[in-house]
Design a binder for this molecule. Sequence first.
Ligand SMILES: Cc1cc2nc3c(=O)[nH]c(=O)nc-3n(C[C@H](O)[C@H](O)[C@H](O)COP(=O)(O)OP(=O)(O)OC[C@H]3O[C@@H](n4cnc5c(N)ncnc54)[C@H](O)[C@@H]3O)c2cc1C
Length: 435
Amino acid sequence: MRYVIIGGSGAGISAIEAIRSIDKESPIDLFSDETTPLFSRVLLPYYVAEELSKPLLNFRSADFFEQNRITAHLGVRVQQISADSKTIHTQSGDSYPFNKLLLATGGNPIVPPIPGIEKDGVSTLKTMADAEKIYNLKGKKAVVIGAGSIGVESCISLKRRGMDVTLLEQLAHVLPTVFDEEAATIIRKRIENLGIKTITGEKALRFTGNGHIKSVITDSREIECDMVVIAVGVRPAIELAQTAGIETGSLGGIKVNPRMLTSVSDIYAAGDVAETYDITRDSNWINAIWPCAVEQGRIAGLNMAGRETPYEGSFRRNSIGNFIGVPAISMGLTQAETCSTCEGGETFQEIKRRTKDTYKKLILKNGRLVGAILVGQTQKAGLFFVLLKKRINVSEYTSTLMSRDLNFMNILPLIRRNADQFTETEFKEVMDTML
Ligand SMILES: Cc1cc2nc3c(=O)[nH]c(=O)nc-3n(C[C@H](O)[C@H](O)[C@H](O)COP(=O)(O)OP(=O)(O)OC[C@H]3O[C@@H](n4cnc5c(N)ncnc54)[C@H](O)[C@@H]3O)c2cc1C
């Protein structure tokens, strides 16, 4: 058996560990077009903020490849896959055979066609090279375009570095896909309290500067700056898959079955590049977050090594608390109408409670919890996670769940009643962590 993994981040490394848990000997070749191995992308904003040095970004020890007997081809881009001859071809012209292949190529940052975007001082924040570029850029004023999670984290990182920062978002509120408007209003205030100028509902139209960026022109103002970070989203990196004839889906990612197998035999996909089952939507989705990439990588690796293991599905969860000084967690759907794939005949319910310093919202679909937003009081987030994951009908427990004094004992009868949704180990784990 010969394994090839393309992409050495959350999904790829997790797949390697899963393979090695079963198959200790077969050769594994890992290809990554990034030269720095084993760093966590999630921590890049802390590096940009000059709060974590490079070695502290690693999520596995430096001897990981040696320990796992991996041949790591770093800084090597895979150019093409020949599915028929089961061979991959690198940009430098080398070819490597495989019996089982994993595409863990993640996502490419979206670079909008704004005139002047090629100017020096404009960067995305995705790779270690991007982070180093931003880290090394000198200047006093930055504009971050896009107020999603990466945009918000980027602007706070730059502020912590002492820069004068403006956050620009074309939609009506910050974190538009992650929090609802009410939660976003609280979060925006926190961002502004940090001294970050926040502009929503305004679009960047043009960048000025003679070589180096000098300003961003929007539909109603000019913002002077020495640096721009573009954070308007990522798109699955499907180029290799497409040229290999691997089927992609309507969401723009690679289609996989519950074993993470693509439409081509012996070629698997996992992580930000794959469309996978979302429990809260009851349909496929791309949840581009680290824990989903790791879990999908693990499932792919187990199946590649011959242990049939289905992916149960997952859902989005985002936390922004570390950055803004107020804990804020959101999981699953943010509002009933964001469920674009929901079929008719379903009843949605939104239950909200707002106090001076907290906000809580639950979204129920036919009595089942499919979304939760917690701002200010997030200690019981683990409990909501379990209820979402296990598709538990909470309709009789909504007032308990909305209570400020919620604790696990209050919903223990509900968990016990639904014990058949858990494996024995899961049930024990829930009891151990919650009680
Ligand atoms: C700045 C930032 C902050 C984030 N913060 C959070 C957070 O707080 N919480 C969270 O859950 N998620 C966060 N994310 C998202 C999270 O990092 C991703 O969901 C996760 O990294 C996806 O892992 P992956 O293995 O699918 O792909 P990626 O991490 O995208 O890695 C794919 C790798 O494959 C390589 N590759 C692609 N094509 C080729 C090729 N042809 N040949 C060779 N190599 C190739 C890429 O260069 C890349 O190294 C953040 C992302 C960023 C960028």
